[in-house]
Design a protein around this ligand. Sequence first.
Ligand SMILES: [Zn+2]
Length: 278
Amino acid sequence: MGLLWAIPLLLIGLVIGSFLNVVVNRLATRETVVRGRSKCPHCEVELQAWQLLPVVSYIVLRARCFKCKEPISAQYPLVELATGLLFVGVFWLFDTKLQLAEVLLGLIAGLATEWIAPTLFFVLALVHVAGLVVLFVYDGKHQLLPDVVLLPLLVVAAATAWTHPLLNGPWWYPYAAALAGGGFFLLLFIVSKGKWIGFGDVKLGAYMGLLVGWPGILVALFLAFVSGAFVGSILLLFKKKSWGGRIAFGTFLTAATVATWFVGEPIADWYLGLIGLG
Ligand SMILES: [Zn+2]
């Protein structure tokens, strides 16, 4: 049953991932995402329809533009593949906890109100995943979390978190988590006068809280700091970054948010057991 849904979701994810690449590129140049064919960033030749095929065209073209032969960034196939796999992963998550495969079959068989909510939250989760992928790549490239992406997602999450079927505890838990995540970064922002982190991280902290709830936010922050410190020290070791250079912390925060959906519960149990609260 799972595979029946996994393959179309993987394909949809690949195509959406291809679109997310365009969003990341055009956010930087302030171009509209709805008009104009994709172009080679080097020679500006417009891509043919078949060259818009995710991952496949990258392999067929052997990572080079068909006209100017300049290398094509690995960002393209990686973002496409990551989005495809994340879409399947989110489906697996919803299917494990809410029997989504049955819900969708029910929805196809005949619209019933009890199937609408899980389906809606599943589609919303895909939207959030797509947004997190854009924030991840954009922050990695430009050390900036664009408001035009982050703020609408924040509003949608705030409007729906109180009734989210995958979040634990009473309705206000995700809002407490948002206060904790946003408040923590606001404190760091004020203490360091904006030197350690940007204000975008404060908004992202609140958004994370709404997505992973309580105690998920603790797990997400823990994962972000551990992976950030790990990657940061490797970069320092190979002299890629100096202590003064800002590390793109938003990339670690967005990755940790997604990771928390999948491994948050075992990590929370392990940690609470460790400090004697489990
Ligand atoms: Zn070219």
